[in-house]
Design a protein around this ligand. Structure first.
Ligand SMILES: Cc1cc2nc3c(=O)[nH]c(=O)nc-3n(C[C@H](O)[C@H](O)[C@H](O)COP(=O)(O)OP(=O)(O)OC[C@H]3O[C@@H](n4cnc5c(N)ncnc54)[C@H](O)[C@@H]3O)c2cc1C
Length: 329
């Protein structure tokens, strides 16, 4: 059976694994302890935060069909959050509810999705791949991890990572190397705030105008979340671009007053507060790209950046990668 190494167990890599599992012998390589990549959850007991993608949409029938088993297994649910736009006029807060739109969330948290999809696959977790070498004589790939471990004899390598992390691994001789190198991703900071007392502001997700904070999510309002108030606030990607000199602690100091201005809580009520820098949060260009496959050297590259920088985009890129690969062996 064809042996495939998939580097990156986010939704794109996990989709490739699922679609090819009957045709190939697959091993997943993931640098983190958990699966799902940016479908992530941070625990700071008793507070829980889905601090990556807070929710997602499924607009294509293909993605909706893929999600059905997760819904049946109780890993995924639909949520109709109360969306609001928030503006400050002369420092006065104005909130406008903008209607209900159904989205998907993971149960009990977003990271359940990756955990569920990785079940049954051979996985090397806590394994950051730092180099891939092609053995042309044996027509196979060897992978080298940060700790020096070597994984040998793969017929194909699939790289399912953000663009900068992909080019760090790709040999420059690969034909599409330059296409990926100049496709940059943008960053954002996420503030996680646990409060021991908090009043319902009348919405679940707020989009903020003219603030360094772009979006706030009341994580504890999601269905089946039994926990004290756990607020997630994402900065705008434009704001972060102008703040590169700041440290992680600076981000928290600057962003906490901005979140307090939105909700007006008492600082004494803070039970937990932390920041997270997402170096590769989303895509700069919405331009779509076909997943990239070198049929001569047996290497394939894809990720959400091929299809709009969303969870559904990561799935569609993985699905298309798997379709193209399945005709190669
Ligand atoms: C703050 C934030 C908010 C977002 N909001 C939304 C939203 O509202 N709706 C939406 O649809 N999308 C949203 N997204 C985007 C969405 O999360 C991503 O588009 C999607 O999850 C990307 O999946 P992926 O598989 O392409 O990449 P990733 O999820 O990034 O997966 C890549 C995986 O590779 C691993 N990895 C990296 N380097 C190596 C290496 N060298 N060796 C081994 N493993 C490695 C990483 O740990 C990761 O698990 C958001 C993202 C962020 C960060």
């Amino acid at each position: 059976m064809t042996r495939i190494a998939i580097i990156g167990a986010g939704l794109c890599g996990l989709t490739v694994a699922h679609k090819l599992k009957s045709q190939a012998d697959i091993t997943l390589f993931e640098k983190s302890a958990g699966f799902g990549g940016r479908l992530a959850t941070r625990y700071a007991d008793p507070f829980y935060y889905d601090h990556g993608a807070p929710y997602f949409k499924a607009e294509t029938v293909d993605f909706q069909t893929f999600l059905q088993p997760l819904i049946s297994a109780g890993i995924l649910a639909q949520w109709k959050p109360r969306f609001a736009t928030i503006t400050f006029e002369n420092d006065r807060l104005s909130t406008k509810i903008i209607g209900l739109d159904s989205v998907y969330i993971g149960l009990p948290h977003m990271n359940a999705i990756g955990r569920y999809l990785a079940e049954g696959f051979a996985c090397e977790r806590n394994t950051m791949i730092t180099k891939i070498n092609r053995n042309s004589n044996a027509n196979c790939w060897n992978l080298i991890a940060q700790d020096g471990a070597v994984f040998e004899n793969f017929n194909w390598v699939v790289i399912a990572l953000p663009t900068e992390q992909s080019t760090a691994l790709l040999p420059e001789t690969i034909a599409f190397y330059q296409d990926i190198k100049y496709r940059k991703m943008n960053s954002c900071v996420t503030l996680m705030l646990g409060l021991n007392a908090f009043d319902d502001p009348g919405y679940d997700i707020g989009f903020i105008h003219d603030s360094e904070i772009e979006q706030v999510i009341l994580n504890h309002h999601k269905p089946d979340r039994i926990m004290p108030a756990s607020i997630v606030a994402h900065t705008s990607r434009h704001w972060l671009a102008s703040q590169k000199h700041l440290s992680k602690d600076d981000y928290v100091k600057i962003l906490l007053p901005s979140v307090q201005k939105i909700f007006g809580f008492d600082l004494e009520m803070i039970g937990h507060c932390a920041g997270h820098l997402w170096k590769y949060a989303g895509v700069k260009s919405q331009e779509k790209l076909e997943p990239l496959i070198d049929t001569h050297q047996h290497i394939a590259v894809g990720g959400d950046w091929c299809a709009g920088g969303t969870v559904e985009g990561a799935y569609l890129a993985g699905s298309q990668l798997a379709r193209s690969l399945s005709s190669c062996f």
